[in-house]
Design a protein around this ligand. Structure first.
Ligand code: PLP
Length: 396
């Protein structure tokens, strides 16, 4: 009865396995990966990762996940980090650490210098931690404009942000220039690889042209990478990394001024679900670098199909030069919001961008099986659409 009720309610929502959603979930279409995640969750669902002394094996799994992501993004041996509940928490922790570093050198109102295309989590961090956001305009390639960043950076800059790659356009900011600029001013540089962290390492292995973006770039001090996106682990799994393990001390919170002994936690949460940690470890171990590389190879075949089809649609073009599976579409002649409405009616939940106004596609591996239908509907919708219904543009 209870389950039937839930089934009925869930049936009113988009199917998370159906490959008709973009960006919110990352279906692989692979039963083996889904089964593994389900089995691990059966085992760890009731756990709590709060106390590493009681559950040292769980703590070790987290350490191994952090080390695994670290090796993907070339974190130096002196680096460290932790798992968090998601990209937002990873970014919050990183911004907190940058604030503490800035305060230590006497900055009273530390600033986050961030491209306008960066994720809202930076504004959220500023709101939570009393930081000031200074926004870098984009250049004509939709990447952070380095000249503007040079103009805007100053003694109060705590950290410079670069997305690798950005959510709105899927393009990689000029990480080398931004990190060098940050270092020159004694600021940190956070690379937001929430999406790219589990895509770019494998694109590189496939021999694709990927601009420098990870800890190999001098001046990059922190990074966020989400295991619950292109790492194909259910929600609740991300990693925040620091070039210098000592900085992790600013992130962790210790307290013993209460009657129940020393309390410590590495990030925002107190009690922490164990399942995302164990699932991240399991899926990453199961797929390995070769498994992820294969998935990304197939994914890029789907991306190429979409790009070719979009290029053939008169009046519609891809925004900027996206490096991976996130594409933005723009048009000067066609109302893409009206096209999006038709796509919605056909069951595709395409996202919208506001600047430039258009559609946003975050392609997942499972879209490979439906890409022909998607493109047929898109072509149809472009040829036959009415007025836009004027729906509000919402993130994901
Ligand atoms: C998803 C995302 C985030 C935030 O991550 P959550 O897991 O949603 O909290 C940050 N940056 C980028 C580029 C993202 O795509």
């Amino acid at each position: 009865m209870i389950l039937a009720d839930l089934d009925a309610r869930q049936a009113k929502e988009p199917d998370v396995h159906g490959a008709r959603l973009f960006g919110l979930v990352y279906p692989t279409g692979r039963d083996d990966i889904d089964e593994l995640a389900l089995e691990v969750n059966r085992r760890y669902l009731f756990g709590n990762a709060l106390n590493p002394f009681k559950f040292p094996e769980l703590a070790a799994l987290e350490t191994e996940v952090v080390a695994g992501v670290g090796s993907l993004v070339n974190l130096p041996a002196a680096g460290g980090g932790s798992m968090t509940s998601g990209g937002t928490e990873s970014i919050l922790m990183s911004m907190l650490v940058s604030r503490e570093r800035a305060r230590a050198r006497g900055v009273e109102r530390p600033q986050i210098l961030t491209p306008v295309s960066a994720h809202p989590a930076y504004a959220k961090a500023a709101h939570y931690f009393d930081l000031v956001v200074v926004r870098i305009p984009l250049d004509e390639t939709y990447r952070a404009d380095v000249r503007e960043a040079e103009r805007l950076i100053g003694p109060d800059t705590a950290v410079v942000i670069a997305s690798a790659f950005s959510y709105p356009y899927g393009v990689v900011d000029p990480v080398t220039d931004l990190a060098a600029l940050a270092a020159e001013h004694g600021a940190g540089c956070h690379v937001d690889a929430c999406i790219g962290g589990f895509v770019l390492p494998f694109l590189e292995r496939l021999g694709r042209d990927v601009p420098p973006w990870d800890f190999r770039v001098p001046g990059v001090t922190e990074m966020s990478a989400d295991v619950h996106k292109y790492g194909y682990v259910p929600k609740g799994a991300s990693v925040v990394l620091h070039r210098d393990e000592d900085w992790f001390g600013h992130q962790a919170f210790l307290f013993d001024q209460w009657p129940a002994g020393l309390y410590g936690s590495p990030a925002m949460a107190g009690a922490r679900p164990a399942a995302p940690i164990a699932t991240a470890w399991a899926v990453m171990s199961y797929l390995g670098v070769d498994g992820y590389t294969e998935i990304v190879r197939d994914l890029m075949t789907t991306v190429a199909k979409v790009r070719t089809a979009v290029d053939a649609l008169p009046g519609i073009e891809i925004v900027g030069d996206p490096v991976g599976p996130v594409l933005a579409l723009r048009s000067d002649t066609i109302d893409l919001y009206a096209v999006g409405d038709v796509m919605d009616d056909r069951g595709w939940n395409l996202n919208r961008n506001t600047d430039p106004p258009g559609l946003h596609l975050m392609l997942s591996p499972a879209h490979g099986a439906v890409v022909d239908a998607l493109l047929a509907d898109l072509g149809d919708a472009v040829a036959n659409h009415g007025e836009s219904e004027g729906k509000a543009v919402r993130y994901s």
